[in-house]
Write a protein that binds this ligand. Structure first.
Ligand code: B3K
Ligand code: ZN
Length: 859
């Protein structure tokens, strides 16, 4: 199989030339934008005479070196590079090009959507703007001048501080921005358009005033308030917890509806997908409010972990992303419920990251080889990357970790660093040996941790035998034992915490497993204790520990760690679903029923945690436990267990409902989880009442979900009412698109509805939000229809991918995920899925993005 070639991590070499200053000049016109780029170039490798600049999809107009036109014999242009021959140690290079933002539907580089000019340069989009050393280890000081017609583009924005602006002829105007901090090209940003502006101010701990500006679509200002408040909280938190202060006089955030991902941390000028900024109670759910706060925080935190200290090469992506996810998770946990935030993270690892490890795109958090970098903004790099940082935090403690951070920042500020640099700083500052720990960066796959126990009454010794093993992954066969921090505690038969001692003395609750096998012996026990293992999910592993139902119930009720309690509940539910899957006549165990009765009746329990406790494990994590099974049957077994629970706990549910019927986010979460049980059990009245009386989007959407998932007859009228109310609001319509795409109806019905929805005034295949809401949600979250035996669901996704391949390859490569994971499905499904992938691979103009995923999956 030939095709685009991979780049390898170990092939890294520094650039023979570097660029220290770049002056950009943009004359913005929709289909013919002129870009002038003036670079100060320095030769760093003596004798080098070939300067190769990256560049794609642009027309070269002229090249000047030190003011003189460069002879045609001294350069050549190819599809993705401009090669210059220059024998000078220092020179000024001027390149003028022309680009077409209007027809840039890939949304990479400079594009124009809905009348707004906007950029996205990470990872390698800057090369679509001008010819440049488009690599993260070339740091330059940027000055950007933008010219555009004033009436259409009253706001002209770029990185840094505005140093000049004024009027030009013919109704045009200009603005010039200067960013004093050297940065790689991927952090460049430009925006021109018409917005409503929210203004605020933040005073840093050293007393500097920072202007905060949030730009939203005209008419949306009131929906930007929450994002602005979140930004101020993030700025304060980073000062308090990490001692990191903002460094420019202005911080801007722009919200646009056409965007390939959530947001982008461009220096001083974040660009956000509007769905990650705009919210009010009427139109957004509590989860969305939370997500906005976390993403605003994430992008802000990048100012230090990513921007001031950036990545040497893209293989080091987790250096900034794993660390920044860790930081945003800590931000959310310090401000809100630590337990619920941790549970959320665990669900992502189990439901999504483990699946990635098991599939064709498996890679370590620091990938070894890459065809299309955009394919590596993954749950592995981000979320497992954050788990790796978290394990270091566990091993070093907060104090040691903060010393490590301070060392990292002082050593590498202003540099392009590597993951090794980070671990070295942690090690040097704390004195903790991380030699073996470093394997987490190079080894892919999910470690499996098996534990067995034995108790000897005579000696009072309780033994735990640990063994770890990582199965081969698609990218790597040889695996070694990792350093696993295992948090744990022992409980007595009443559920009381035991003051456990090991042969070595007091036990502090943390066991480090570093070998393939090890034993931990507790002494002085009168009776067999109950172990609560891997508390707080202290390592991203699959735990195999056969614990009897009664013990799981004890842990669920008594463990001091809320995540461990939730985890025990998940194990119990998992077992119940497995039993249902094997035998539809299976009955719920009485112990399980009474454990959940306690949850429902517990007045002290945080309702947000209750919501998590009564939410069943995802279908994906169920399949992951035993791949190859029929996913539609698993889905049905999961639903059936919810019905049985509701049936067995009818009175308790009603009592809980009364208690949580209160208007705050935590109670709404509990109410939503509970309403799903009512919906599945067919309680139309309850669901309809909630829909009719809802005063906020959280309650409305919970009702709609319960009606659709329960296939209640009221669902059609509720869907129509929702559409009638929101048809002019694309962001809210995304929820409607998703609802119709994930309703567990027959594949024929669902596809008919999706096809009809594609004709809706708000749907546009060129908008990634709409595509993800409708097509992405169908493939990801409608196991019944997408995985229907007929293969119609797969064929539909295949058709959409063919179309998207030409429009927006990045978007296509995101929504293909469920298809390339075909090996976890039953044989018949595998061949149907494979057929779609083969058709894609046969396309003449298959993008690099899809090529990488499809070809790997078919290997
Ligand atoms: N760094 C960006 C993601 C860029 C994705 C490029 N395909 C947002 C973030 O992680 O903060
Ligand atoms: Zn990030």
């Amino acid at each position: 199989m030939t095709g685009p070639q991979a780049k390898h991590r170990l092939d890294y070499t520094p650039s023979p030339f570097t660029i220290s200053e770049l002056s950009l000049n943009f004359r913005l016109e929709p289909t013919k934008t002129r870009v002038g780029a003036n670079s100060q170039v320095t030769r760093v490798v003596a004798g080098a005479t070939t300067l190769t600049l990256d560049g794609e999809s642009q027309k070269l107009i002229r090249i000047l070196i030190d003011g003189q036109p460069l002879a045609e014999t001294h350069y050549s242009v190819s599809e993705n590079a401009l090669e210059l021959t220059v024998d000078k140690d220092q020179f000024e290079l001027y390149i003028e090009t022309e680009i077409d933002p209007e027809n840039n539907t890939a949304l990479e580089g400079l594009y124009r959507s809905e009348g707004t000019f906007c950029t996205q340069c990470e990872a390698e989009g800057f090369r679509r703007i001008t010819y440049f050393l488009d690599r993260p280890d070339v740091l330059a000081v940027y000055t950007t001048r933008i010219e555009a017609p004033k009436a259409d583009y009253p706001f002209l924005l770029a990185n840094g501080n505005k140093i000049d602006s004024g009027e030009l002829d013919d109704g045009w105007h200009f603005a010039t921005w200067h960013d004093p901090y050297p940065k790689p090209s991927y952090l460049f940003a430009l925006v021109a358009g018409q917005f409503d502006l929210l203004e605020d101010e933040f005073v840093t701990k050293s007393g500097r005033k920072v202007a905060l500006e949030l730009f939203v679509d005209p008419g949306q200002a009131s929906r930007g308030v929450h994002a602005m408040e979140s930004l101020k909280r993030a700025m304060r938190w980073d000062e308090e917890r990490f001692n990191l202060e903002y460094d420019l006089n202005i911080y801007m955030v722009v919200a646009v509806d056409f965007f390939n991902m959530g947001a982008m941390e461009n220096k001083g000028l974040n660009i956000f997908n509007s769905k990650c900024v705009l919210a009010d109670e009427d139109s957004a759910t509590d989860k969305e409010f939370h997500r906005i706060e976390s993403i605003i925080g994430h992008e802000y935190f990048h100012n230090w972990t990513g921007n001031r200290i950036t990545c040497r090469d893209w293989f080091q992506l987790s250096l900034k992303e794993g660390l920044t996810v860790f930081r945003d998770q800590e931000f959310s946990s310090d401000l809100g419920s630590r337990a619920v935030n941790r549970i959320d993270a665990v669900k992502t690892i189990r439901g999504v990251q483990f699946a990635e490890d098991a599939g064709p795109m498996a890679h370590p958090i620091r990938p070894e080889q890459v065809i299309e970098m955009n394919n590596f903004y993954t749950v592995t790099v981000y979320d497992k990357g954050s788990e790796v940082i978290r394990m270091m935090h566990t091993l070093l403690g907060e104090e040691g970790f903060q010393k490590g951070m301070a060392c990292y920042v002082s050593r590498h500020d202003g540099q392009a660093a590597t993951c090794d640099d980070f671990v070295q700083a942690m090690e040097d500052a704390s004195g903790v040996d991380l030699t073996q720990f470093r394997l987490w960066y190079s080894q892919s796959g999910t470690p499996e941790l098996s534990v067995s126990e034995s108790f000897d009454v005579a000696s009072g010794e309780y033994r735990l035998q640990f063994s770890q093993q990582t199965a081969a992954t698609a990218d790597q066969t040889e695996k070694q034992p990792l350093h696993l921090p295992i948090k744990m505690e022992l409980l007595d038969a009443q559920g009381k915490l035991l003051d456990a001692k090991t042969k070595a003395g007091d036990f502090d609750g943390l066991f480090s497993l570093t070998a393939a096998e090890a034993e931990l012996v507790f002494t002085g026990l009168k009776e067999k204790p109950v172990a609560s293992l891997l508390q707080e999910f202290s390592a991203p592993v699959k735990l195999h520990f056969a614990q009897p139902t009664a013990e799981l119930c004890l842990v669920m009720a008594n463990a001091s760690n809320a995540v461990a309690r939730w985890d025990a509940a998940q194990s119990l539910l998992m077992a119940a679903i497995e039993a249902e899957f094997d035998d539809a006549a299976a009955e719920l165990s009485p112990e399980l029923v009474s454990a959940f009765a306690k949850v429902l009746l517990d007045e002290q329990l945080d309702p947000a945690l209750m919501a998590e406790l009564i939410t069943l494990p995802s279908v994906s994590s169920l399949l992951d436990a035993k791949p190859g099974r029929d996913i539609t049957k698993l889905f049905q077994a999961r639903q059936q267990v919810q019905r049985k629970l509701k049936h067995a706990l009818s009175t308790e549910c009603d009592v809980a409902w009364q208690r949580v019927n209160v208007q705050d986010a935590a109670n709404r979460a509990a109410k939503g989880a509970l309403l799903l049980w009512y919906g599945l059990a067919g309680d139309e009245a309850k669901v309809q009442a909630q829909f009719d009386n809802a005063t906020n989007m959280t309650d409305t959407l919970a009702a709609l979900t319960a009606a659709n998932q329960g296939l209640l007859s009221c669902r059609e009228s509720m869907m129509s009412a929702f559409e009638a109310k929101w048809r002019h609001d694309p962001l809210v319509m995304d929820k409607w698109f998703t609802q119709l795409a994930i309703t567990p109806e027959s594949v024929e019905t669902v596809l008919a509805k999706i096809n009809q929805a594609m004709e809706h005034e708000q749907f546009a295949i060129s908008n990634p939000n709409r595509v993800r809401a409708l097509v992405g949600a169908f493939a990801e979250a409608n196991p019944m229809a997408f995985h229907d035996d007929s293969g119609l669901g797969y064929a539909f996704l295949g058709e959409q991918l063919m179309q998207l391949n030409g429009i927006n390859p990045q978007c296509a490569a995101r929504i293909i995920t469920p298809l390339i994971g075909f090996k976890r499905h039953s044989d018949e499904r595998q061949s149907l899925m494979r057929a779609q992938l083969e058709q894609l691979l046969a396309m003449d103009d298959l993008s690099k993005d899809l090529f990488e995923k499809v070809s790997k999956s078919l290997k």
